[in-house]
Design a protein around this ligand. Sequence first.
Ligand SMILES: CC(C)(COP(=O)(O)OP(=O)(O)OC[C@H]1O[C@@H](n2cnc3c(N)ncnc32)[C@H](O)[C@@H]1OP(=O)(O)O)[C@@H](O)C(=O)NCCC(=O)NCCS
Length: 139
Amino acid sequence: MEDLPQNLSPPPSSTPQLLDTSASGTRETKPTLPKSPFGRPSEGNGIGELLLIGSLIAAREYGSHVMTLEARVSNFIAQRLYEKYSFKSVGIRKAYYADNREDAVIMTTTPIDSEEYGRMFQGLQETWESRWGPMIIEN
Ligand SMILES: CC(C)(COP(=O)(O)OP(=O)(O)OC[C@H]1O[C@@H](n2cnc3c(N)ncnc32)[C@H](O)[C@@H]1OP(=O)(O)O)[C@@H](O)C(=O)NCCC(=O)NCCS
């Protein structure tokens, strides 16, 4: 699965700086939150979280059991975002990044196909919407 099945629209008041994400894999889904096509990262405007929500929605619809990803060990902001969605650190990939040979932390969710996760995920989406506005998802 290379593209999300939904088009996600950010709230009108915010500027989308991360426009694309992908989820791949079978029962284990591995998304990527790429660098901005405009050459700068998202900056606390809810877009990074929206992209993660979209990846998780796609993974749950696809029937994935868990989602796994990597983040630079220095990327505390991304790790905080992932922890908010129940990703836990499960290991290290040594010298994973080619540019500076930085280690990656491997993070995996608790089961995303569980009722418990579904309730938590719904609550986080409602919190996102109360903060940033309606989450528009088009098929
Ligand atoms: C990581 C990234 C995608 C976060 O996106 P963002 O739009 O800035 O973040 P959001 O506004 O959606 O914030 C969502 C959560 O991220 C975390 N977060 C965001 N900014 C943070 C900061 N300055 N300090 C600590 N945590 C932060 C928090 O958990 C936050 O939830 P909260 O607001 O309830 O505390 C963004 O920083 C980015 O584009 N970074 C460069 C590319 C990158 O690192 N991609 C991920 C590769 S693994």
